[in-house]
Design a protein around this ligand. Structure first.
Ligand code: 4NP
Length: 160
């Protein structure tokens, strides 16, 4: 899980949070938009939640609003729960916080554990969680968005 992991040539990335309606959908949208603007449209990019409460739901309206402010449209994304096949389909599985990491490690077979990473540790070598903004106000969504932008920029730079 160290920030020194070599990411060059990675073709697929899955962002994971708890509900897949706040943090990971923003990360997915930001990363896709950055990848497209750099001509990397062929990357497989997706997001999922470890919990199943919001299966099929669009992102939280506060996530949609803050992403739109930054010119990123995430309205078409739908929440889904992590599936066993994800641990094979995605080379990088990036969790927003430590509890997401623990849930993923518990769900994956040991042969896939090396794919599971803590987002800010991997991206910026900063072992800080992306806080869950769900129960807070819209200020929380703005600061989470900026943190995700910073992390996505760094990850993408290392994948090229
Ligand atoms: P997320 O936020 O993990 O960033 O999508 C949450 C959304 C919903 C719930 C928890 C966290 N929930 O308990 O319904």
């Amino acid at each position: 899980m160290a920030g020194s992991t070599c990411l060059r040539g990675t073709q697929s990335i899955l962002f994971v949070c708890l509900g897949n309606i706040c943090r990971s959908p923003m990360a997915e949208g930001i990363f896709r938009s950055m990848a497209q603007s750099k001509g990397l449209g062929e990357l497989r990019i997706d997001s999922a939640g470890t919990g199943r409460w919001h299966e099929g739901d669009p992102p939280d309206s506060r996530s949609i609003a803050v992403a739109a402010e930054y010119g990123v449209d995430i309205t078409g994304q739908r929440a889904r729960t992590i599936r066993p096949g994800d641990f094979e389909r995605f080379e990088l599985i990036v969790a927003m916080d430590r509890s997401n990491v623990s849930n993923l490690v518990a769900a994956a077979s040991p042969s896939s554990h090396h794919r599971i990473h803590h987002f800010m540790t991997l991206a910026r070598n900063r072992p800080v969680d992306v806080p869950d903004p769900y129960l807070g106000g819209s200020d929380g969504f703005e600061s989470v968005y900026r943190m995700l932008q910073e992390g996505c920029e760094a990850l993408l730079a290392r994948m090229r």
